[in-house]
Write a protein that binds this ligand. Sequence first.
Ligand SMILES: Nc1ncnc2c1ncn2[C@@H]1O[C@H](COP(=O)(O)OP(=O)(O)OP(=O)(O)O)[C@@H](O)[C@H]1O
Ligand SMILES: O=P(O)(O)OC[C@H]1O[C@](O)(CO)[C@@H](O)[C@@H]1O
Ligand SMILES: [Mg+2]
Length: 802
Amino acid sequence: MRTLSIVPTAGREGADIQRLLYKGRAMAVFTSGGDSSGMNSAVRSVVRMGLYLGCKVYFIYEGYQGMIDGNEYIKEADWNAVSDIIQRGGTIIGSARCKDFTDRSGRLKACKNLVDRDITNLVCIGGDGSLTGANLFRQEWPELIQELVNQGKITPEKANKCPNIQIAGLVGSIDNDFCGTDMTIGTDTALQRIMEAVDAVVSTAQSHQRAFVIEVMGRHCGYLALVAALASEADFCFIPEWPPPTNWREILCEKLAHSRSMGQRLNIVIVAEGAIDREGHKISSDMVRDVVANNLGYDTRTTVLGHVQRGGNPSAFDRLLGCRMGAEATIALMEMTPESEPCVISIDGNQIVRVPLMECVFRTKAVQKAMDELDWELAVKLRGRSFQRNLDTYRLLTKLHTREKDNLSEGRVFNIAVMNVGAPAGGMNAAVRSFVRMGIYHRCNVYAIQNSFEGLAKGELKQMNWSDVTNWVMVGGSYLGTQKQLPTKLMAKVADTLERFQIHALLLVGGFEAFHSSLLLSRARDQYPALRIPMTVIPCTISNNVPGTSCSLGSDTAVNEICTMIDKIKQSATGSKRRVFVIETMGGYCGYLATVAAIATGADNAYIFEEKFTVNDIKEDVNIIASKMQKGVQRYLIVRNECANANYTTTFIQQLFSEEGKGQFSTRINVLGHAQQGGNPTPFDRNMGTKLAARALEHLIVQAKEYCLPTGENQAMGPDSATLLALRVCRNRNFGISEDYGRRVVFTPLEELALETDFEHRLPIDQWWMKLRPLLRILAKHNTTYYTEAVQMGTGDYSGDS
Ligand SMILES: Nc1ncnc2c1ncn2[C@@H]1O[C@H](COP(=O)(O)OP(=O)(O)OP(=O)(O)O)[C@@H](O)[C@H]1O
Ligand SMILES: O=P(O)(O)OC[C@H]1O[C@](O)(CO)[C@@H](O)[C@@H]1O
Ligand SMILES: [Mg+2]
């Protein structure tokens, strides 16, 4: 495999892109292949960024077929043509698989239709097939033009005007089978659909003590099946990249019977539609059902989820991904020269990057080749680190027995404890479950601390068994009980309990208070020897206001809850006409939820603490509202973070709008409240909780071996033994981007993070998502300057690490 090769483009990141910078150019956007949720968001973003830059933007309807048929299938788009589509599934411009485009004669017709409209820039939103077709089209373009001149179908002048075609691709596919991007548009939504269905099946399976075999899509890729299995505590999972051994029937039955013997009333088996055995023979869901029913005698049913997985409203992540990728695809096109290779706009961790299209296609094909050659190690490796990590975690969590050689505790028995601190958030239970099971796997005594520090001070610890945490992953809130209280006044009692139970390591899963309290614990080590144990924090709060992470556990669930509520408010606003809604979100002083939810719902503005706003900004909104209402859009949504400004409160804004908008529009308030903390966790939060806790457990055991002596003396005093574990974007500050660039799961010493924290407002000093603010304004038609996100990269192995 190639080594990491990242080529930063000088001056790209942070460079400003002025309005009307590319006035007069023509571009088109189309969707092709299987549709996926989030394509509409991408189309909207491409159109609006194109218009912002001064381009003429065309829709091409029905994929390549529309390009070939021309006429009414290629139509100019205006701003309002993409209004109110961001929350809708599918693609409003239609998608298709087109046989004609695979023939040169079809591509010649397509070329003529584009040249007639001076279109020399294309954004292709589709899967690997669509992007391969686009690349071929670009390579052939000069010959196609020459042929059209020779046939007298276009003039030489016209040919001179359109010597080349530029292509930028966005990968829209639920399968997540494309090498070169961590996620494709639509995958996260498909996972949400799958989890909704699996959660529903679990409740009926539980009632009847049944086994269910659930078949999920993904073509030849096992990503959806693997992640769904992790997020649903499935007993077994069949994926094409890592087929089971030839005696899979016995292994499967032993596993299911073991789960039942541990008190489980049901079994879930996830089968990828492309599942195969080690010889490459298909394993179907019906085959699996028959094996279970015939050998174990369980009442077993098969559920094939089918196209439900591709439908429905896009998740917040896919909407945001569509917005970010669409905007950057347009800019990438405008910046290309005739020599530029077509690129794909990808996401690497939190960063949007440009990667060479054909290298991605080449690597994607290499995975299939590895599978065809039954080289499973290579297939998994080529899928990337994130896939590998998912697979490793899944295999560990579902292992039947600990093999002595895998036991990290190396003959010792550590007492380890876990607690929740702060407000409840999605993923807390998943993290605790994973920690408990991994701890038991490594022969530890695992204690769950009830009710945060109050419980710890009182000695409310429960030793956990494997089955105590069954079915915890899919449930929101906190089973352990969670409070915001800091340990300051309880320190002596806390130390006393830790000593009494001889705790060797501690995991805190929670929000800013979890971070702050472990910092306080570590700083009290001089005074209390019982605190000289390794401790780690997993940031878990809907607010995403903990330093040291780009994305705290629970924030994805909250953003999705908020989007669902705003979608409904938006619908009401659209129906009421001339209505403005001011929607208040949680987040403390952190404007993450307000900003991200505003972008993902197509809201018009987001008022946040981090970006100061004055009464003039609010009045500017009044003017924009009035002008929008005159031009046909009859609603306006403003999202306001709860602590955005002490004086410009949500009520103040409503009153100001009511006065200034008299006779033009009416204004209403919606305070979303605690619903934002609730709901079933998203697959992302379930899995992140599971994986982070597994990693934390390994780390704590390694440190316990070093710092907790068999004599009973604990010696963890340094900053390396009080850390926060999280997803983080790593950057080299001097150069802007470096070899170690990308998303990483890292442990950062709390003392280091304390230097990056505004304790008064409970915020990290530097917040990556602030760079999304200009995009919010452009897509809502405010006057602003856009700062491009993308950096150019090679196609090394840069996939994420979680
Ligand atoms: N090698 C190729 N040459 C020309 N056109 C192609 C080629 N491969 C695919 N296409 C065009 O792209 C269309 C979509 O391709 P395909 O059916 O493989 O879906 P996809 O884009 O890979 O999306 P998904 O797999 O997510 O459904 C094809 O119907 C065809 O028109
Ligand atoms: O919608 P169709 O043409 O039946 O295709 C189904 C296939 O498309 C996908 O949904 C997306 O590629 C696959 O997961 C599935 O195998
Ligand atoms: Mg494909």
